[in-house]
Ligand binder design. Structure first.
Ligand code: ZN
Length: 717
């Protein structure tokens, strides 16, 4: 994108885009809100969600940890699963092989999964062989199983580093529900609770221990872990260690010291998003020894991506919500104000929704999370602070009300849709102002960092701006969304995908309608930019092309330009959309600074001269699905040749909701939709039949089986 601007001085501020019914003015978002949007969680007002091991809890904890230890009795797994004595005579590879055989059995028995995915398989083998590894698996691809499963069959303790307490708690709850002995240590626990955990550790009763990086840095803590029989370390959310990543956390740098302290400890790093550059940095920072790099399939074929220009967000959101009546969805907005406004609007239209942002009290935020988890509300309108601890697998749609600042965030946030593998939809609404708002925020934040004396501020700004540029390209371009995302994460799209398209994005579904005379339209726009001496922003160019009759036009003499009124039959939104597409194709570029202006690139000039062709698209509204509205899980079972009884399915969902409320756990921890659909299709009559179903392990069959069997038997009687 190198082309010279004739001049960069800018007499006019870029007008607010016409679709400014939506409030995305960065100044309306306070600094804390910006912080909220800058990270997964803001560092302010979110205290309880963070591991903040300092002060008294640290002291109390260490006192606990320093109590005399009983010799760890680590024979639990030995007696339960295998003979410990055998370990001593088997070479490591043979031992790993033997344990590997136990893994699939344990996974089937515990979680009810019949098979492991290929990459999970490789990651588990690496863990059992004590090899260092970096595993990049997108959200929903079963990343945590890669360290949980080996922990279940191996003697000793697997320590899991995790940055967020909500996340830890969810995983530990999930493991306990399936009968896997796991615990966490963090500052939100009472002294009593932590004492129990230490006791379990001393007695060698735990397979997994979750802690935050700060705790690892506590003096003497690693020695304690050794004494408790630590055999390996799993570093979750490992991208937090790289400042090239999108969520750098300084406290993660301390984890890098671990290698020096324990040169032989196997370390496996896990992340859901890492570009090839970030992958290299993670390995370097963690000091991984000859690591196995396992990058998963980033394609989420069950997600359908759509990108649309934003007009009136509430109306547009309603269209999506109506397609998914009664199903779960998350809507992300940039500022608190936008969150509250949209949540209000939707509420008035009868949507069961709540707002969620960092300005709310921790208690209120927890309430909203719980309401969402327990299916009392369908929709949460939130800033990006929402979702880290949410493990609801049946989220059927994720809406972005603003352009995200990076593909990493976008991929992570949309990754919360369809985690049960069933069809889900991701819709991004954006406007040209989003890019500039982000840019402005990033520059301001970098400026503040410079003032605080941060040495890497400029470097981080460059890296942020580059990521923003990619996101802008994703939104404004008209390339297959699946392909774009795959390539971004360094995966080569399969031949099939390149040739036939994904069938699950607005581009491949043909929802973007090609404009008949795209080439001519493009030339008109490019020519107008040149006529305006490449000194104006998109808003002004749109006004000129649409023939605005204003004092401003007359003042700068643009009402006399031959391009004035050339596109007067088209709407503001349409013209703005084309300008964005031309920018997405890098035919136009935008200057930096306070008043961004448009200028032609070399390729833009080629199009203007007719030496290169270009296509432009109109964007359409998505047609209502003709298929009768039915739950995705049921649809999926039907596709697999099973015929679930829809009445029974709804009955089981209701039963699950009541049971979940009674037990104070999220419904998905009971059984997920897919399992319920299978029950509704096969109507099992005994435990044996129940155990055949995906998602039913031995613990759940024993615990919940009789209740569900009874419910199934009672149905229709
Ligand atoms: Zn596609």
């Amino acid at each position: 994108m190198q082309a010279c601007t004739l001049t960069t001085s800018s007499p006019d501020p870029v007008p607010v885009p016409a679709e400014s019914t939506y409030d995305s003015d960065p100044d309306l978002a306070g600094a804390a809100e910006f912080a909220a949007n800058e990270g997964v969680e803001p560092s302010e007002g979110q205290g309880s969600a963070y591991e903040t091991d300092s002060g008294e809890s640290t002291g109390a904890d260490l006192a606990l940890a320093q109590e005399p230890l009983a010799a760890p009795a680590r024979s639990r797994k030995g007696t339960q699963h295998r003979k410990v004595e055998g370990d001593l005579i088997l070479p490591p590879e043979a031992l790993a092989e033997e344990r590997y055989g136990e893994v699939s059995e344990a996974v089937r028995r515990t979680f009810g999964f019949e098979s492991l995915r290929p990459l999970q398989d490789k990651a588990i083998r690496a863990a059992l062989e004590g090899q260092d590894a970096l595993v990049v698996l997108p959200t929903g691809a079963g990343k945590s199983l890669c360290f949980q499963a080996p922990a279940m069959v191996q003697p000793g303790l697997v320590v899991v580093l995790s940055p967020l307490i909500a996340l830890m708690k969810d995983q530990v709850d999930g493991l306990l529900a399936n009968g896997v002995p796991a615990a966490m240590l963090n500052s939100t626990q009472t002294t009593e609770q932590r004492r129990d955990v230490y006791r379990a550790l001393e007695e060698g009763k735990l397979d997994l221990l979750y802690i935050a990086p700060e705790r690892l840095a506590m003096e003497g803590f690693i020695d304690k872990l050794d004494a408790f029989g630590m055999v390996s370390m799993a570093v979750d959310e490992a991208h937090c260690i790289s400042h090239w990543g999108h969520d750098f956390r300084p406290e993660y740098r301390q984890v890098g010291e671990l290698r020096a302290k324990r040169p032989n400890l196997p370390i496996q790093a896990f992340t859901a998003t890492a570009t090839p550059e970030v992958q290299r940095d993670i390995c370097k920072q963690l000091g991984l020894r000859d690591p196995k790099i396992l990058v998963g399939d980033f394609d989420r074929p069950n997600l359908t991506y759509r990108v649309k220009p934003r007009r009136t967000l509430a109306d547009q959101a309603m269209e999506v919500i109506n397609r998914h009546e009664g199903e779960a969805g998350i809507i992300y907005c940039l500022s608190r104000k936008a969150v509250e406004k949209l949540s209000d609007d939707l509420h008035k239209r009868g949507v069961r929704c709540e707002a969620y942002h960092a300005g709310m009290t921790p208690r209120r935020r927890n309430e909203v999370q719980d309401q969402f988890q327990s299916e009392q509300i369908d929709v949460v309108v939130a800033t990006v602070a929402f979702g880290m601890g949410i493990d609801r697998t049946d989220v059927r749609y994720v809406i972005h009300g603003t352009l995200p600042k990076g593909i990493e965030q976008y991929s992570q946030e949309t990754g919360r849709a369809g985690r049960d593998g069933l069809p889900a939809e991701c819709v991004l609404f954006h406007s040209g102002s989003d890019y500039h708002n982000w840019k402005h925020l990033m520059e301001r934040s970098a400026q503040e960092a410079v003032e605080r004396g941060m040495a890497t501020a400029q470097e981080e700004l460059d890296s942020s701006l580059a990521r923003l540029g990619h996101t802008y390209g994703f939104a404004t371009g008209a390339r297959c969304r699946h392909q774009f995302l795959l390539e971004y994460f360094g995966q080569v799209p399969g031949e099939e995908l390149v040739k036939n398209g994904c069938g699950a994005c607005d581009v491949c579904l043909g929802e973007l309608e090609k404009v008949d005379d795209g080439q001519v339209l493009a030339q008109k726009i490019l020519s107008c930019v040149v006529r305006c001496e490449q000194r104006y922003g998109a808003g002004h160019i749109t006004d000129v092309l649409r023939g605005a009759d204003t004092q401003r036009m007359r003042d700068c003499g643009h009402d006399k330009l031959p391009t004035h009124g050339l596109l007067k039959e088209h709407s503001v939104g349409a013209v703005r959309g084309w300008i964005e597409q031309l920018t997405g194709h890098a035919l136009l570029a935008v200057t930096g600074g306070k008043y961004p202006t448009l200028y032609l690139t070399r390729t833009g000039l080629e199009v203007l001269k007719g030496e290169r062709s270009v296509e432009l698209f109109l964007s359409q509204t998505v047609k209502k699905e003709s298929r009768k509205r039915r739950k995705a899980a049921v649809a999926d079972a039907l596709d697999a040749g099973l015929e679930p009884d829809e009445g029974l399915f709804e009955d089981l969902r209701e039963f699950r909701r009541d049971l979940a409320r009674e037990r104070g756990v999220p419904p998905y921890l009971i059984f997920n939709d897919r399992t319920l659909a299978l029950m509704a299709a096969t109507k099992p009559q005994d435990t044996e039949a129940l155990l055949q179903l995906k998602g039913v392990g031995e613990k759940k069959a024993a615990d919940l089986g009789p209740l569900f069997l009874e419910r199934i038997a009672a149905y229709g009687q």
